[in-house]
Design a binder for this molecule. Sequence first.
Ligand SMILES: *Cc1c(COP(=O)(O)O)cnc(C)c1O
Length: 476
Amino acid sequence: MRYVSTRGHADKPEFCDILLGGLAPDGGLYLPETYPQVTPAELSEWRDLPYHVLALRVLQKFITDIPACDLKAIADRTYTARVYRHCRPGRDPADITPLTTLEPGFHLLELSNGPTLAFKDMAMQLLGNLFEYVLAKRGETINILGATSGDTGSAAEYAMRGKHGVRVFMLSPDGKMSAFQRAQMYSLQDENIHNIAIRGMFDDCQDIVKAVSNDAAFKARYKIGAVNSINWARVAAQVIYYFKGYFEATQSNGEQVSFCVPSGNFGNICAGHIARMMGLPINRLVLATNENDVLDEFFSTGIYRPRQAAETFVTSSPSMDISKASNFERFVFDLVGRDPVVVRELWTKVDAGGGFDLNGTPFVARLAEFGFVSGRSTHADRLATIRDVWTRHGTMIDTHTADAVKVAREHREPGEAMVVLETAQPVKFAETIQEALGREPLRPADFVGIEELPQRGEVMAADLDAVKTYIVKFCV
Ligand SMILES: *Cc1c(COP(=O)(O)O)cnc(C)c1O
């Protein structure tokens, strides 16, 4: 399997070559040269496989430069009941992503039973094991530098902790995360994990990461890498649970299922699009946003208008508070018939701070062909949905999942099987659960008292040189 850049760069690397990198040399994103297809016979064989075996089957379609026995060992090690043990009472952690049926044909796929209680663990845990494997093979090391306001940073740290050849430097805004999120990250005592609390906002952290990435000499000398949402391996790992969710929600491969996905950077739903392109019988992909509705606007009007940072709202589903969607270029590449010239033209506008309008082009018709519809949700919708699902079904859901349940209900047609992806556990957003239900969210046993554990981290000014000096100190 070879990979191509959405902007048409001539190189066609293999999986391991793009695993540790980010963007293609021309600034594009990598995608498979052609989508691997799943035959009806394979679909039948896959239906009853346990998660780690299904994962191997799916990953083998995308990864042809790791020997099968090694890939099997990696998949076995990644998807274990122990890692995904934080499931609802009565569910089997060996399922990895259990399905909860709220009413006939309307389901939640639990993706947040991993170490940090958010769906990002699903991909990040695989990434940790793949990184360790490839770095050992090549005799290399990597220093991952990132900025986080919550979910991504902790998922990366729990995936990389104790991994040989990997060090993590994670910047977060000092005092701006919830006590729970802070405890999750700062209580890690692993020597290869460095939490740096920046006296400033998330944007200050992000700016420092960007400045380091733009310093090519520093980046090369200190082997700086990233694990952001454009990483192809993260998208590939997310394809697996669309297959699992489909099998759980159906009896036979003649049936179709729709998925509703709470979306921010378009990584999660991009994996759904790819599963559909591979031949999984997905009817529709329903995209849900919060008040930051740049993607809903695109799917309902054909106009993509990334927002300025100042136009971005702080909401109670904060992991979807984005101004532009970093994986969106992958989808648009398919939408325009995989023509890199068109993608380059469109992203020249985006990179200059503008947007684009696809009305009047043949590409708008493809939106329906690709099965996409969308909707948005507000704080009031979120509260009402959390309350409704709790009182009618006795199931507590988090704020992001609530956005998706709200939008899924608006779009669902009679008889349509709908799977809503549950992307986080309510305990991560306790304040809003309090507001909606007047009670504390459920807390998995391992997390009781986590706020009282000793914490470790370095507080620093929002100063590029100070951060660089800190990194250098540990990299010699
Ligand atoms: C990251 C995240 C999302 C958004 O996923 P994208 O892949 O960025 O679209 C939704 N919900 C939660 C809880 C998240 O952490």
